[in-house]
Structure formats: C-alpha cells, structure tokens
Design a protein around this ligand. Structure first.
Ligand code: NAD
Length: 433
C-alpha cells in the first residue's frame, strides 16, 4: 500500500520505517526541513536502537521517502497517518490539538480523493468526531483512530510484535483495509481489535493512565519499605508473580517521565473534567508523581548531610529511560536545575550526548565518558538504567574516597556494596551506612 506519515518524530519515523520494511511505500513528511535533510542523508534525528540501519535499508530501496512536500505525499497515498505531537497546553492540563487540526486542514486543502485518515497521535475522546465535522464537505474521507502503543527504546520490536493493534472506526468497511495493512503483524500473533472511533481514542489514554498508576503504586510502596526495613525488590517479585497483577511496570524508581505518561494522565483528567467525571485515582497518581520529584530531591539533600553548596554531584544518565535520547519530562530536568541553584556542581554523562536543556544551568558540565564525569564526585546519582551503568567499579573510578551513591534504579546488590564499603542508597531498600 501507499502510506503517508504526517510528522516524522518518534512515532511517525519508527512506524513509517517499519511499514516500509514490511513492503509498503511510505512517505514520511515533516515540516522541519533540517530533520528531512538529515534523513535524506541517512542520519536519524532521534536515537532509537536499530533504527539507523532500517532507515538506510528502506530508503535505499526506494520504499521510504522523506519529504517536506505534503501535497505530493498526500496525493500519492491511500492511507494518511497523522503522527504529530499532542502536547499539554502551557496554562492548563488539557491537550493542545493545534498541530493535529493544522494537519487536518492541510489535508483537506490538498485533495478531494478517497482517502483514509488515521489518527496515530494520542488525541482526546471526540477529536475524530470534531475532525470529521471540519471535513464534512469531503465525503470521501474516513477518519479513523489507530493509537500507537510503542515504547521509545524498544520501538522497533514493539512495532513488529505488538500485543494488540487497536482500530476504531464508525465505518466497518475500513477495518478490512486496515487489517490487510497489518496482516504481516497479525500473522506473527498480534491481536487485531476493532471498536468505535471514540473507544479507540479512550483505550490509549486509559492504558497509559493504568500503567502510570502501577508505577506510582509501587513507588509509594517503596516509600513504606524504606521505613520498615523491607526490600522493595522482594515485594515486586512477590506481587508480580501473580498473573492477575503481572511483573511489568512494577519496579520502583523515580517519578515516571517521558513524552507520554505525564501528558496523557493530565490529558485524561482534562477529558474527564469536560464530562464532569471525577477520576480520583488518576488525580492522585498525577499528584503523587509530581511530589515524588521533590521527595527524591529531598533525599539527595539528606544523603549529602543537608549541605549542597559546592558539593560535586554526578548524574549518570539524564534521559527519562535508557535507549532513548528523549528528555521530555525527565526527572533530571527538575533535579539538576534545583541542585545547581543551591550551589552544587553538576557533572553528567549520557550515552546519547550533551543536552541543550542544561546549556544555561550554572555549574553543569557534560562529560563524554563515565570515568571523567565521576572522578571527582561526592555523590553519584544513577538516574537511568543504561546497560553500561550496571557494573561500574566505582572504587577504581572515583578519587574522592568518601563518595556516595544514590541509585534510583536499584542496579546494584546492597550486600556487595556493603562488602566494598561503599556508601550506597537506593529506592525502597535499606542503605549501607
Ligand atoms: P514528536 O514531537 O517526536 O514528532 C512530531 C513531529 O510532527 C515533529 O517532527 C513535528 O515537526 C511534526 N509536525 C507537526 N506538525 C506537522 C505538520 N503539520 N506537517 C508535518 N509535520 C508536522 O512526537 P512523537 O513523540 O512522535 O508523538 C507523536 C504522537 O504520538 C503524540 O500524540 C504522542 O502522544 C503519541 N505517541 C507517542 C509515543 C512516544 O513514545 N513518543 C508513543 C505512543 C504514542
């Protein structure tokens, strides 16, 4: 089939590339010229394991086309996927649909031909209805919802082996076309689930809010473990072995971040507000997660004996999770500016490089390797669980013999740290000192 992806970000680029890889011709369109120029040179604008190779392979075969020419891409495609950002509005928790409706308007001006418009962006319940109203002159358009569930860092695998593909449409004829598009994935075991358009829109928000709830729940239980001398890892294992609960998203750590959970939990609350429904659980999750950033920052202050001035603090990893360069809503965006303001000297290393977000932060330096970033540290904060942080010989690396570690990902064994006489603190477990 011939496809057009409007928005070549984390979702549009990965799904577009993977659609090309299963034999479709895909136009990846973006308004960002630099992004498209890079892609045409074979350079991925984002870090996602395995993506560079897949882009090169499909671009050179001619099945994957990168362009800023939306009109050409739309005219040449049977199915148009909208993959633009749907961020939280600046002054409220509601969803900013400007990019989405701009894309809808652009499509309507380009063609009257029969097209299927697929909303892959995460949009509030009723957005498809609104878009349809705006396009009511264009009888040939079917607007359907096909929310995306891929996770950054695992995006290619998630695209190829999804648990389910959700398609929401009020026109049942469209299901057949969408099913044939996804047939290669269905053949490998993906469940193809169809529902009404509004249903599909809500499935996405409800799923993300549920996962955010699971994380927040175990984070709060970790707080209790710290006070009761119980190891949270045992609790996660003991609970997660129950298939009704499941072990995934049950690992305690810092506040959840990234481009989806924080924005989608707030987005769901704004949808509920509109219908005057009190989603008290989701409200509590959002608050607990915000409070957690402060709670962990206080813990850092405590570990450093309530003295932050001139303390050398190293962050290992600043993105919200490993295997991605995405900084959106990462904990480090709250912690680093706060600690710097209080007079600490920050060093950081991240496998995906220097971050522009910290350019203006006083006394905050990027190092391009673990050793240099750590050697003078008073406190190391293990912020992201990249593989290369999992077996560091800290004693060899750090000059200051009184250094401390705050492991937000529970990457190290406490007994081993105790044996090595390292002052080690983690989440939901006892400390070594
Ligand atoms: P992104 O910000 O990485 O990419 C969006 C892209 O759209 C940008 O490159 C932007 O330049 C482009 N764009 C905006 N308007 C355009 C237009 N009119 N024409 C052409 N290009 C345009 O966003 P993302 O992370 O890929 O997320 C996209 C959507 O998918 C969001 O609704 C998000 O909630 C949802 N989603 C994201 C993820 C994820 O892991 N990032 C997972 C599932 C769902």
């Amino acid at each position: 089939m011939k496809l057009c992806m409007i928005g070549t970000g984390y979702v549009g680029l990965v799904s577009g590339t993977c659609f090309a890889d299963i034999g479709n011709t895909v136009y990846c369109v973006d308004k960002d010229k630099i992004k498209i120029e890079k892609l045409n040179l074979g350079i991925s604008p984002i870090y996602e394991p395995g993506l560079d190779e897949l882009i090169k392979k499909n671009h050179s075969s001619g099945r994957l086309i990168f362009t800023t020419d939306l009109a050409k891409a739309v005219k040449n495609s049977d199915i148009i996927f909208i993959c633009v950002g749907t961020p939280t509005k600046k002054k409220s928790r509601s969803v900013d649909l400007n990019f989405f409706f701009k894309a809808i308007n652009q499509i309507s001006k380009i063609t009257n031909d029969k097209k299927i418009i697929v909303t892959k962006s995460t949009v509030p319940v009723g957005t498809g209805d609104l878009a349809e109203k705006k396009l009511k002159r264009k009888k040939n358009f079917d607007i359907i919802s096909n929310p995306e569930f891929l996770r950054e860092g695992e995006a290619i695998r998630d695209f190829r082996y999804p648990d389910r593909i959700v398609v929401g449409s009020n026109n049942k004829k469209v299901f057949k076309i969408m099913k044939s598009l996804y047939q290669p994935l269905i053949n490998k075991g993906a469940k193809f689930f169809t529902t009404k358009r509004r249903g599909a829109e809500l499935i996405k928000y409800a799923s993300n809010a549920f996962l955010a709830t699971k994380i927040t729940f175990i984070n709060e239980i970790a707080n209790l473990c710290e006070k009761t001398n119980i190891d949270i890892e045992d609790i996660s294992l003991g609970m997660g072995s129950d298939v009704r609960i499941g072990s995934r998203f049950l690992r305690a750590g810092p506040a959840y971040g990234g481009s989806c959970f924080p924005k989608d939990t707030k987005g769901l609350l704004s949808i509920a507000d509109k219908y005057k429904i009190n989603l008290s659980i989701v409200k509590a999750v959002v608050k607990s997660n915000q409070d957690r950033k402060l709670l962990l920052t206080k813990r850092i202050i405590n570990i450093l004996g309530n003295k932050l001035k001139n303390k050398k603090i190293t962050f290992l990893g600043v993105t919200f999770k490993p295997n991605t360069d995405d900084m959106r809503d990462s904990n480090s965006l709250v912690m680093i500016p706060y600690l710097s303001k209080k007079g600490s000297k920050i060093s950081y290393y991240d496998p995906t490089g220097k971050k522009k977000e910290f350019n203006k932060i006083k006394n905050c330096y990027f190092y391009d390797n673990i050793k240099k970033s750590c050697e003078n540290a008073d406190l190391i904060i293990l912020n992201t669980e990249w593989d290369e942080f999992k077996s560091i010989d800290f004693k060899k690396l750090i000059k200051n013999k009184k250094f401390k570690i705050y492991d937000l990902r529970n990457l190290y064994n406490i007994e081993e740290m105790r044996r090595k006489k390292i002052n080690y603190h983690s989440i939901g477990r006892s400390s070594t000192n």
